[in-house]
Design a protein around this ligand. Structure first.
Ligand code: BGC
Length: 757
């Protein structure tokens, strides 16, 4: 039977169930008149519709208790029957606490889909969702990429798009068609426990990288998704990262202007790229939880931004309306609030309360069946676009020969290499000489856990039993290039370890010390911190190493930029590694030894102080200092900062404006020169300053970027064209406007001023 036939017989079944007339049966043969999804919808009971809107945690249908599953995790037939047949559940998510091999996924997904498509009344397949955040991290053996923050540092979105394609392939290889990624929250608060999950602090960078990732996941514009791609899920709409404290899910105060200037663009770009689904922010904005706010979920998301896909809540967010936010007296009221605010599916995820209360609310007439239809149609359409009605069963292992292939590994390595950012390099201490004696130390030096970060085989990514021993830590990768490398961890993340031998002696015997510091992977609530400074123990240790007077190379392996002000001056070089993934050790070794020329640039402002250092696109008032000068903005390293071994130069910046009747384009060209004997990649960044505007302008804003490659001694003209549209800002009435006047354009240290009418 062909796949079309299967869908058609499914519809016949639906028609039988609803007892339709001959006239409407003809409609099946005329899909233009009534869509298949509409026919299916019209055959559904209220219970079946509510079931489609229910999303359960995998634990609910497995052997064992929720959060305490019996190993190895297996489906429980009775629980599965209850969920799918009795409650008509439409979606399941997650793994039961850790990654599974593909075979196990196939057993789980296959078992679920078999019940859904053979034992339920309408045989509607399940929409299974997972967090594949930096690769298919919950599929054992998959290719792990650098975290999003590191990816942004490449300033090369084509790497991210390819990484998205690979992640989709390896996720689909497990039989999972829906990925809760990308994170499109803009990283404005460096304390935020999910900072590493963002593409950094700039809305434009987040838009370009976010939409590239959506295209990579979905493999097209979202009109349909083939069986080697997945549906993307933009998250978390909207303003989640704008928390005042940086603690997870704490209040954000965001003006209408800022909401549209900073937080909206990345989501708009992803919608324009065809993103099929969205997950809602668990937090509150201006006192209203987003899950209960129709102004955000309907007026903004649907009407203003034109999103047509499926909106899922985040974890337990209807429960949180009662327990945490306290805007509803009980779960039934919370269910009413969230559904009327515009959610389509509830990530309940551990019981049937949402299901029961929503059925009651419809039967009592408080929520109409038409309201349910709107959501259920979106859910069924998503399943249809993913081809699940045609085949929901997991593929064979043989159908995915590229899983964790050499090609995929190379893509992850290349992304890590282009992300690692050289922040300081005094007296060209780097690259290291191939025969130099190196002492490698610090807790991040020999840890795969720290290189990968959270969402690695487990939620927090801290369980070292899931590390892949075949991958190289920083120490192992350095050793593979130079046998003259000694290692002693000495310092843990928070305290000095008991020392084996004398580390100072090891340091004294080396030509160069490479000290790798950082923080334990974490995300969400467990990632909350009270102090952005690097731990005292690690700072003291670096100072101790500096006292040897040997050159110290400081390598930062961090979730977010920890303050290192007091130890930077005593270092010869500083390298930001972010959380570069399974190939981060190799990438770093390639860079330290000069086999790869570093080309990463910071996608955020690296703070020097706890207070006062905001973002690169701050307002002028943020620069006024206590001496009445303008030196208050004092980052450790600026947004866009990143060195190479080539000392790339910029010359001859030319900016011209074509009048409106000629198209209104602004042309920017600049010569980029590689004076060195090495080839080099360079992210060329174009900023604009609007000198005067009716809403206080930022000192500058990123408007365009390109990653180019220069051969040794090559000079290249790099051209950009931007439009007046790109120079708009959100005006007093919260709408985008262009105001004519003087603009400055900056590339490198060059600036040109232009009047644009
Ligand atoms: C996180 C989401 C994630 C979801 C499902 C939540 O706690 O905030 O980002 O997609 O869990 O795992």
């Amino acid at each position: 039977m062909t796949s079309k036939n299967i869908f058609q017989s499914l519809l016949m079944l639906a028609l039988v169930a609803m007892n339709v007339s001959c006239a409407s049966q003809k409609d099946i043969l005329n899909p233009k008149k009534v869509s298949n999804v509409d026919l299916l919808l019209s055959a559904m009971t209220i219970e079946e519709k509510v079931g489609q809107m229910t999303q359960l945690n995998i634990d609910v249908v497995c052997e064992g208790e929720v959060y305490k599953l019996t190993e190895p995790h297996r489906l429980n037939a009775t629980k599965l029957h209850q969920a799918l047949v009795d409650y008509h559940v439409g979606s399941i998510l997650n793994c039961g606490g850790h990654a599974y091999p593909r075979e196990q996924w196939h057993e789980i997904i296959g078992g679920i889909q078999k019940v859904a498509t053979t034992e339920t009344n309408l045989k509607i397949p399940i929409l299974y969702g997972i967090d594949a955040i930096h690769g298919a991290n919950y599929v054992t053996g998959s290719t792990l990429f650098p975290q999003q923050l590191a990816q942004a540092a490449t300033f090369n979105p084509s790497l991210t798009q390819e990484g998205g394609r690979i992640t989709a392939y390896e996720t689909r290889a497990a039989g999972i068609p829906w990925n809760f990624s990308p994170v499109l929250d803009v990283g404005r608060n460096k304390n935020w426990s999910r900072f590493f999950e963002t593409f950094g602090e700039d809305p434009y960078v987040c838009s370009v990288f976010g939409s590239a990732l959506v295209r990579g996941y979905q493999g097209g514009n979202g009109s349909s998704v083939d069986n080697v791609h997945v549906a993307a899920c933009m998250k978390h709409f909207l303003g989640y990262s704008g928390t005042r404290t940086g603690f997870d899910r704490t209040p954000a105060i965001i003006s209408d202007i800022e909401l549209r200037e900073i937080y909206r663009p990345s989501f708009q770009a992803a919608i324009d790229a065809g993103a099929l689904t969205v997950m809602i922010n668990s937090g509150e904005i201006n006192g209203i939880p987003v899950h209960a706010n129709p102004k955000i979920l309907i007026d903004l998301l649907r009407t203003e931004m034109g999103f047509k896909g499926l909106a899922v809540t985040d974890w337990e967010d209807i429960i949180k309306l009662v327990k945490n936010h306290r805007v509803a007296v009980d779960l039934k009221e919370a269910t009413y609030l969230a559904v009327m605010a515009g959610i389509d599916m509830c990530m309940v995820p551990n019981d049937y309360d949402f299901t029961k209360y929503l059925i009651e609310l419809v039967k009592e007439g408080r929520i109409s069946e038409e309201r349910l239809n709107v959501s259920v149609r979106r859910i069924l359409e998503t399943k249809n676009k993913l081809g699940l009605f045609e085949n929901a069963m997991p593929p064979s292992i043989a159908a995915f020969p590229e899983f964790a292939s050499e090609k995929h590994k190379v893509a992850a390595l290349l992304t890590a290499e282009e992300s690692i950012t050289l922040l300081e390099n005094k007296n060209n201490i780097l690259p290291l000489k191939k025969d130099a004696k190196i002492f490698v130390t610090g807790q991040a030096a020999n840890s795969m856990t720290l290189l990968n970060g959270a969402w690695t085989r487990t939620w927090q990514g801290t369980d070292a039993q899931f590390d892949d021993a075949t991958k190289n830590t920083i120490y192992e990768a350095l050793l593979s290039k130079n046998k003259n490398v000694t290692f002693n961890e000495v310092c843990g993340l928070e305290t000095m370890n008991k020392m084996n031998g004398n580390p100072l002696e090891m340091a004294m015997n080396a030509d160069v010390i490479v000290v790798c510091v950082g923080e334990l992977p974490s995300t969400e609530l467990p990632g909350n911190i009270y102090d952005l400074e690097l731990s005292k123990a690690q700072q003291e240790y670096v100072k101790m190493l500096q006292s040897t007077m040997k050159p110290v190379v400081l390598v930062l392996v961090e979730n977010r930029p920890r303050i290192v002000r007091d130890i930077v001056d005593g270092c010869s070089a500083v390298v930001m590694a972010y959380q570069p993934g399974d190939f981060g050790g190799d990438a770093l070794a390639n860079i330290l030894y000069g086999d790869v020329n570093p080309s990463g640039k910071l996608p955020f402002t690296y703070p020097k102080f706890q207070v006062g250092t905001s973002t690169y696109d701050h307002k002028y008032t943020e620069t006024f200092d206590k001496d009445f000068g303008n030196k208050a903005f004092q980052p450790q390293w600026e947004f866009g900062h990143g060195l190479s071994y080539s000392n790339v130069q910029y010359e001859n910046l030319q900016v011209s404006y074509e009048s409106e009747d000629m198209g209104g384009e602004i042309f920017i060209r600049v010569d980029v020169v590689n004076p060195s004997e090495r080839s080099v990649k360079e992210g060329v960044l174009v900023f604009a300053t609007d000198e005067v505007a009716s809403v206080t302008p930022s000192v500058k804003k990123l408007k365009a970027f390109q990653k180019i490659e220069l051969a040794p001694k090559q000079r290249r003209i790099v051209e950009f064209s931007i439009s007046k549209e790109d120079l708009k800002f959100i005006g007093k009435d919260a709408q985008p406007i262009f105001e004519s006047g003087a603009f400055q354009f900056h590339v490198g240290s060059l600036t040109q001023r232009l009047i644009i009418q």
